[in-house]
Structure formats: structure tokens, C-alpha cells
Design a protein around this ligand. Sequence first.
Ligand code: ADP
Ligand code: MG
Length: 249
Amino acid sequence: MNKEKIQEIFRVVRANNSNVIPEVFSKQIFEYAGVNIPKQEISSTEDEAVYLAKKIGFPVVLKIHSFQIVHKSDAKGVLVGLKSSDEVREGFREIIQNAAIYNKTSDKFQVTVQEMAEPATEIIIGMKRDEIFGPVILFGLGGVWVEVLKDVSLRVLPLTERDVELMFTEIKGTSLLEKFRGNEARDLASLKNLIFQLQNLVLEFPEINEIDLNPVFLYEKGHGNIVVDARIVLNTVSSLYIEEVISIE
Ligand code: ADP
Ligand code: MG
């Protein structure tokens, strides 16, 4: 884990008077923790977006990048499967326009250009620090499984390998992770590894209050996983201050 680089991102976020780390920086932190993420770069102009799309390789995904916008789809700020320079040019303009309608600050919006990951089983992994229990992790299948059926498994950190295996079997949709009919089993070894990478981050950095990986694409056994959206929330500076005061006493 590259701790210095991760702390550097924390400083940039604090310098922007924020504690919610935008997607690209959150994923970058996960990359520094050894996690697989899509290639991603930030563009400020149409020309730059086209240049980056060619460098990354089509098809690409474009997403709004701003400290002001947390739920990018709500701001109509995500476009997937863009296949040409023209589509990227048009997409860039559309996302900037939508952002200006959604968030009427004087912010200069930027757009991230990302490698488009192959579709797969969508997983969500969350973490929140509970006042009483400490860090609690949430695991579930993405989409309707979590949004409609609330099909999730929860555990207090730290986890053992056995805990993680139990989480996989506890959810109602567990058979989607296993071999059934024509479907190959999912890469649960890589998923377990990802959960431990997240746990290491949480144990290493007490200033991380919340993590949301939504979604993670999980491939067939042997093909790993990729985190396509991440959000890390730091504690607020006031609670940092309180911790300092307590440690002085
Ligand atoms: P939001 O902030 O709205 O949650 P996401 O970054 O999760 O935005 O993007 C919305 C959806 O677009 C994701 O759930 C996923 O299905 C798809 N998506 C996002 N990024 C990628 C990517 N790099 N490759 C493939 N699909 C992606
Ligand atoms: Mg998301």
C-alpha cells in the first residue's frame, strides 16, 4: 500500500474544503491499495477528452468530475460505451451542460475519461464507522438485489477469511456467485482479496469514515474483479479536532 500517495490525496481533498473524495481520487486510493480499477484521466476540454479517449482506447466511459456532485447519474453525468471521437466530443458537452443545470455553482466542471470495463456480476461493498461497533462492512449483489430486496450481509471489522466466506453464502442471491446451469462460478478468491484490501485501508486510516464501492464488476473464476465506482468519505475536520483534544487529555 502506498501510504504517502494516499495521504497526499487526503490533503488535496481537505484543501478543497471537502471530506467527500470524488470518484477518480477514491479509485486512485484503491489503486494505491493494490486494487484493480479502469484506466481513468481527467479532462477539462473536448479536445483533451478526445485525446485521452484515443489514448485509453474505445469504447470509453465519460463521467462528471466535481467536488460538488456526488451522485453522478442523478446529474445525468455518466455516459457509457462511447465508440468514436465524435461521440466523446458530444458526450463531453452534454455532461457539462447537465452538470450546470443540476448544480448552479460557478464551478468549473471537468469530465473523466475511463476505460470501459466488460459487464459482469455487479457487487456492492460498503463500510461505515458505527459509534458503538466501530467499522461495519456491508456486502451484497448490485442493482435490484440491494435496492429493492435489501439483500445484504453485514459484519463488524476486522474480518477473518471464514467471516468473508460466510458473508458470501449469507445473502439470498448467493447462488448467482456459484456455478449453476450454464453459468460459471464467480471469482470469489479475488472478491475476498478485495474485501481484505478495503479492510487494510480502513484499519490503516482512521480518518476514513465511509466507503462505497458501487459497483464492483466480478468476473468468472480466474478473471478477477474491477472497481468501476468508488466513494470515500473522510471524517469532518471538527471531529478530527475533537480526536486531537481527547488525545491531549
Ligand atoms: P453513480 O455516481 O451514479 O453511481 P457510476 O460511476 O456508478 O455513477 O456509473 C453508473 C453506472 O455506469 C455503473 O453502475 C456501471 O454500470 C456503469 N459504469 C460506470 N463506470 C464504468 C466503467 N468504467 N466501465 C463500465 N461500466 C461502467
Ligand atoms: Mg455508482
